[in-house]
Design a protein. Structure first.
Length: 202
């Protein structure tokens, strides 16, 4: 929460929420990359467990995104769309947890649309990052484009076999994990800063 210096009308924003959000994004990005590696290595487990893992991961990611939005980072760049998208991720995560018997095709469609949406949001962030002078904006753009195309492909294609879907999702999760890590590491500055505001009168 920001502190308010009454005599000067200045809000002091703490760096702690930004640190939590940035670290959380990096940790979950690494988790997605590890999960992708296991899927691509041919790890087999029941589809209900796969759905549970996805549900937990989505809810954790939602919590981190909402924290990032509330942190009001200096650039207002990486987290600017994360409140709404975080709420959507939390809802989808709960669906995966409480509807463990959904079909492979429905699960693939939902995950595909989630990844497609995240990719489109990251494309917009990459465009803003370019205006901010962030050198690696093109890396965010490249992985965001790949994630968007991959997510849309997963959502459209009629998946019938768990083995094929998990392999494809391994590739998509790998792209998504790298994209998320690149976005946070290049466009989030963890600093305390002051912001002038108006004193409220009772």
């Amino acid at each position: 929460m920001p502190t308010y210096e009454k005599e000067r009308g200045i809000f002091m924003h703490s760096a702690i929420p930004m640190q939590i959000a940035k670290l959380g994004h990096v940790v979950l990005s690494v988790a997605m990359i590890v999960l992708a590696s296991l899927l691509l290595a041919g790890l087999q487990f029941p589809f209900t467990i796969w759905e549970t893992v996805c549900g937990v991961l989505l809810i954790l990611l939602a919590a981190v995104k909402i924290t990032g939005y509330a942190s009001k980072d200096l650039y207002r760049l990486a987290f600017q769309y994360d409140f709404v998208f975080g709420c959507v991720l939390a809802g989808v995560g709960l669906v995966f947890l409480f509807r463990p018997n959904m079909s492979v095709e429905i699960a693939g469609t939902i995950l595909g649309l989630v990844i497609f949406s995240d990719g489109v949001i990251k494309i917009q962030i990459a465009r803003h990052a370019k205006k901010f002078g962030i050198v690696l904006w093109w890396m965010i753009m490249a992985f965001a484009a790949l994630a968007s195309v991959g997510g849309l492909f997963v959502a459209i294609y009629p998946w019938a076999r768990v083995e094929v879907l998990t392999t494809v999702m391994g590739v998509i999760f790998l792209i998504e994990g790298i994209m998320s890590a690149c976005t946070v590491l290049t466009s989030v500055r963890v600093v305390e800063y002051r912001e002038r505001g108006e004193e409220t009168k009772s």
